[in-house]
Design a protein around this ligand. Sequence first.
Ligand code: SF4
Length: 463
Amino acid sequence: MRRNLGQKVERVGISINISADLFDAFLKCPTKCWLRAAGESGLGNAYAEWVKSQTVLYRATQVERLLSKTPNAELTISPALENFKAGKWQIVIGKVIRAQLNSCILESELQAVERVPPISRGRPAHIIPIRFVFKNKLCNDDKLLLAFDAFALSVAMDREVNHGTIRYGDNHTTLRVKVATLTRKVQALVEQVVKLLSSQAPPELVLNRHCPECEFQPLCRKKALAQDELTLISGLTRLERKKLNDKGIFTVKQLSYTFLPRRRPKSLRYKPEKYHPSLKALAMREKRIYIVGNPVLKIDGTPVYLDVESLPDRDFYYLIGLRIGVGKSVVQHSLWADEPGDEAKIYAQFLDILSRLDSPLLIHYGSFEKHFFEQMGKRYGNTVQSTFELAREKLGQDRRESGGPWRSKNRPPEIYLRKRSKQERFMGYRRDVHRGTICTSSASGSGRGEKRAAGGPGVWAGA
Ligand code: SF4
């Protein structure tokens, strides 16, 4: 039976069971931990399902690899803890351990454990927990989860576990982690989980960066919308929310009535307008887009709207999207790379398209594409700047030969920042314009975590 989001978690006895699963959820979001402890089955997020299936698949493959390299005599599947301590095994698979720690029970299903025999007689063997992570890039949470396993194991066995191993990624990379240095942090986190699960009330709902990957997203969003919670305004910190609560403002609607447009003093005309959460609240309430001032983006050249997509954990750019304004019509290009080997090809195609345009002006949102230019330049040598240079030289030569004017001859060769003009100081955005070749705007504050809309009009405080 499904429980409601706010329903108290039912617990038997005084001990609170903290599994690795709950610990993992707590690292992402306290509400997620609470919901999992309450037995909620959050469905409806395709990404979360995909991650789950990949994790299971990768673990099975890695266990198989490990078993194939271990002699049968030295392999134990889920032994009793006594044998676990004394046995002459090398690898243990799928051992579930439970360890009482003060008022809680730590529980973890160890994916694998390796036993390294002692170097000299009379010394204990090293017990090394192993975790398998399918991603190609590890984050801190992966190390903390391994440290949680090690901590539970050391409490259960009453002996020190100093190191652990993570095997991860397509290349089956092995990382040795000194888990002993993370024990204090794990202990502090376990205490926080105990406090959370002992409480009668659910934690404050705070939508965050993990939400798009979370299985409870539909549930949380529905609740936030139903209660019109301030957390719907991205970019509002916990402290800012608390300050608003202290003033008696608890909903987006209440906040929206606090927006007061003011004339900016002349002395501040070159300073970017600060982000007003109240304007965003107003935009959300009225389902409108508000723009401060009268922005006009001066595009001197052929506008090329750019959007790039990548698989960050593989450092692989798989799509370059271009939308080029030609007179009143537009031409679109979607350059796809099916595998990492195709990346160089689509980058070359991208440069080729740019080199055939007259005074191209690249327009993109955020710093993601800027990073793309840097990475591509490092990987393949050819930079966007050098392509523009070549195109400009070729254009000049063609025009000289045809006797036509060369408007661009005084255009600066390098990208440089120019001062923001009055029109470019928009609400909620820090807009940097690179003149000559690249025009870029970087979203800050309100745009965080939202879908980037390359080529779209500036959305400065939108619902
Ligand atoms: S959807 Fe977001 S707020 Fe809700 S549990 Fe998941 S991470 Fe937490």
